[in-house]
Write a protein that binds this ligand. Structure first.
Ligand SMILES: Nc1ncnc2c1ncn2[C@@H]1O[C@H](COP(=O)(O)OP(=O)(O)O)[C@@H](O)[C@H]1O
Ligand SMILES: [Mg+2]
Length: 232
């Protein structure tokens, strides 16, 4: 399986990257760094020549650009080259046809999203999928995610799906089952130092050995998420 570097150095050293054409779910507390992770992933995909679409259901594109710039994450040139496209659906509540990106956005309706994913993109980042899924129940959520992931897989699209904790908990973590990998980002108190720190948990990564320990990371002005160390 071809691997796509995430742009997070130690994660790439450990795993070699995320598998191309598969979906990784990124979950976590508000402020944990999911969006920053997504921006790094976008930049790194572009650096590897992958046409990337960043679909934002929460933040306007200008704020994402500012966030990337403030952390030294390169996206400006990729946008100019047409390798990276931001699609901001944060303000949309109805069906909207975006002629630039040829995608029908119907917030709250995941099948309209699936049916209209542009054919020519290699990588899709959805930040966050919580606003897209129906609230019908866990079985429906699992079906929707399975179908989405299968659709992406058949198109060869690598995906990073972010999901907020509220949605994750509402469906009893069921979203974890459907994806190839899943990473949970959080803040916790270090039992040795008593200090709060940011850590990520590699919940799963199919066909890979995964570290069992929580992985501490910082948000650095020199590039964003910076893993301090990975201990098995
Ligand atoms: N320039 C910066 N310097 C240091 N930390 C920052 C900077 N910008 C953002 N952060 C940190 O990142 C957090 C936002 O990360 P974000 O990826 O938006 O979280 P999430 O998407 O998980 O809610 C902020 O709450 C702040 O703690
Ligand atoms: Mg976010």
């Amino acid at each position: 399986m071809n691997l796509i570097r995430t742009g997070i150095i130690k994660l790439d050293e450990y795993f070699g990257g995320f598998p191309e054409g598969r979906t990784v779910l990124l979950t976590g507390d508000a402020g944990a760094g999911k969006t920053i992770f997504g921006l790094q992933f976008a930049s790194s995909n572009c650096a590897q020549g992958k046409k990337t679409m960043y679909l934002s259901t929460e933040e306007i594109s200008d704020d994402l650009r500012l966030q990337a710039k403030s952390l030294g994450i390169d996206i400006e040139d990729y946008e100019k080259e047409g390798l990276l496209e931001f699609l901001d659906v944060s303000v949309l509540t109805h069906d909207t046809w975006d002629s630039n990106v040829r995608v029908l956005i119907n917030k709250g309706n995941i099948s309209s999203l699936m049916d209209n994913i542009p054919e020519d993109i290699n990588t899709l980042i959805i930040d966050n999928i919580g606003g897209y899924i129906s609230r019908d129940g866990s079985v429906e959520l699992l079906n929707e995610l399975d179908t989405l992931n299968y659709n992406l897989y058949t198109k060869g699209i690598t995906a990073l799906l972010m999901m907020d904790n509220a949605t994750l908990k509402e469906f009893n973590d069921i979203a974890l089952y459907s994806c190839h990998g899943s990473i949970h980002m959080m803040k916790h108190e270090n039992p040795y130092t008593g200090k709060r720190e940011r850590v990520m948990d590699i919940v799963k990564m199919r066909n890979c050995k995964t570290p069992i320990q929580l992985i501490p990371y910082e948000i650095s002005l020199q590039g964003g998420i910076e893993i301090i160390s990975i201990i098995e």
